[in-house]
Design a protein around this ligand. Structure first.
Ligand SMILES: Cc1cc2nc3c(=O)[nH]c(=O)nc-3n(C[C@H](O)[C@H](O)[C@H](O)COP(=O)(O)OP(=O)(O)OC[C@H]3O[C@@H](n4cnc5c(N)ncnc54)[C@H](O)[C@@H]3O)c2cc1C
Length: 455
């Protein structure tokens, strides 16, 4: 791809903007298309949430180099921002930087990508044809051409449904007024919706845990608020995470705080609860679960579905994409991040080689590159786009090089057979609490502790 000049970047989240900074550094021209009316559109939806990674891991190096020249006050590396602070203190200053600003188009939703003059079937000369990217900005259908495409559109806008089988639960669409997805701001903007109510949270990842902790705080302030944790599995410890062994201290603390609330009975727990149907019951909602011949139900006022996210693959349908059938991520990445196999939330750094597709010049990056896997970290995405920009520019050596040491989740040890594939950075020598739990569970034929797994 030595002649590449323009690189379309889909999404102006942290990874899309970092990609733009790396592309600029490589002397290529970025075209950033963002569906929302502002950069960081997805992150703004969870702006109230405090990140579990400190600033040190949240800013990209090429982006920092751009900002440094403007006299930007870089945040304290060991402080933990909220999503909104990330937007205001980092993404917005980056987006208005004179070098980037002309290349970012907001309110521009990408709807389809193909190659000029080539449908998916046609092979000969395909790699030389530019990409055609269709997008909508409210002013009629738009098309832009580019020599390469980095899809950093995240997964926030396509949350998993409530149904345990991955489909919408029966009745989910009809009861949507009582359901929220992701992480609603239960202590702030959405407080009146949840105060004094029985609220079920479905899921076992960080979003579910964070929301349940906030609901427990709301219960202290607004009597009658009753949080219920619905999880599909039976292993509560899985959600509690690496605790003090997590190198991302805030993430470890989140799990530990949650465990304490569960133990104290502040959060009611319904495990092995596999939602099958949802039925409106006056002002309430019956959440039904089927397990073999056993039917169970929880009657609640509101349901928050925090069962993770999946990539929107509709707009890449005309491209030659090869994905892992289970995780929906690039094939080479799947063994590194498959939550069925890994008990850790950290993945060794990777780049263009793992992310390349059969369609030359097209790459997934950021949260979307992980497909349905829940363990993505921004710092991983920054390394991805550094490598991808180098690859597009034809600098194979830089694309292959690994320039990142990741923080450990505190859940892997050398004693695990696959630890070398599992964690980023050097393997840690100490066997930690979570690993012990993991190994014990595996000996009993269970799937292991999977600290960062979703529902
Ligand atoms: C609640 C929560 C907390 C998290 N905490 C952390 C943390 O502490 N540390 C950490 O490292 N990671 C964290 N993550 C994980 C991850 O790093 C973030 O989700 C991060 O925002 C991912 O960046 P991204 O740029 O890949 O995707 P996003 O931030 O989701 O950005 C994608 C952008 O693409 C846009 N878009 C989507 N579809 C289209 C389209 N068709 N056309 C054009 N634009 C489109 C979206 O509007 C969005 O602005 C967290 C995630 C969540 C949900």
């Amino acid at each position: 791809m030595g002649e590449t000049r323009t690189v379309a970047i889909i999404g102006a989240g942290p990874v899309g903007l970092a990609a733009a900074a790396h592309v600029l550094e490589r002397g290529l021209q970025p075209i950033v298309l963002e569906a929302g009316d502002k950069v960081g559109h997805a992150m703004r939806q969870w702006g109230h949430v405090q990140l579990f990674s400190p600033w040190e891991y949240n800013v990209d190096k090429a982006a920092t180099r751009l900002l440094a020249a403007t006299g930007w006050n870089s945040p304290e590396p060991d402080q933990y921002p909220t999503g909104m602070e990330m937007v205001e203190r980092y993404l917005e200053p980056l987006a208005v930087h004179s070098a980037l600003r002309p290349h970012i188009q907001t309110s521009s939703r990408v709807t389809a990508i193909s190659r000029a003059g080539f449908d998916k079937m046609k092979s000969k000369g395909r790699e030389k044809a530019p990409f055609e990217i269709r997008y909508q900005n409210g002013q009629g259908p738009k098309v832009v051409k580019a020599d390469a495409v980095i899809d950093a559109s995240g997964t926030w806008h396509s949350p998993n449904p409530a149904g345990a089988n991955g489909l919408s639960a029966i009745g989910e669409a009809d009861t949507s007024d009582k359901i929220a997805y992701g992480m609603p701001d239960v202590l702030g903007k959405e407080r009146t919706r949840y105060a004094g109510k029985t609220v079920a949270v479905l899921g076992a990842g960080h979003s579910a845990i964070g929301t349940l902790i906030d609901l427990a705080k709301l219960a202290d302030q607004a009597p009658g608020t009753r949080p219920i944790w619905l999880l599909r599995g039976s292993d509560l410890a899985k959600a509690f995470g690496g605790g003090v062994n997590d190198k991302l201290v805030a993430r470890g603390q989140l799990g530990a705080a949650f465990a304490a609330l569960v133990t104290a009975g502040s959060i009611k727990v319904e495990s092995e609860f596999r939602v099958s149907h949802l039925v409106a019951d006056g002002p309430g909602l019956v959440v039904g679960a089927l397990s073999g011949c056993n039917a169970r139900q929880a009657v609640v006022d509101q349901l928050i579905v925090a069962t993770g996210f999946r990539p929107d693959l509709d707009f890449v349908r005309e491209l030659r994409i090869r994905l892992d059938p289970a995780i929906e991520c690039p094939i080479a990445l799947a063994p590194l991040i498959d939550p069925n196999e890994h008990s850790c939330g950290t993945v060794r750094p990777h780049g263009a080689r793992e992310l390349a597709q059969d369609e030359p010049g097209f790459y997934f990056a950021g949260m979307k590159a992980y497909g349905r896997a829940p363990t993505f970290l921004m710092v991983t995405g920054y390394e991805q786009v550094r490598s991808i920009a180098a690859d597009i520019a034809g600098d194979r050596a830089a694309a292959e090089r690994v320039e990142l040491v990741l923080p450990e989740t505190g859940v892997c040890s050398r004693s695990l057979p696959d630890a070398s594939n599992c964690c980023g950075g050097p393997a840690i020598s100490d066997v930690d609490a979570c690993c012990v739990a993991d190994e014990k569970a595996k000996q009993q034929g269970k799937s292991g502790c999977g600290c960062a797994s979703s529902a």
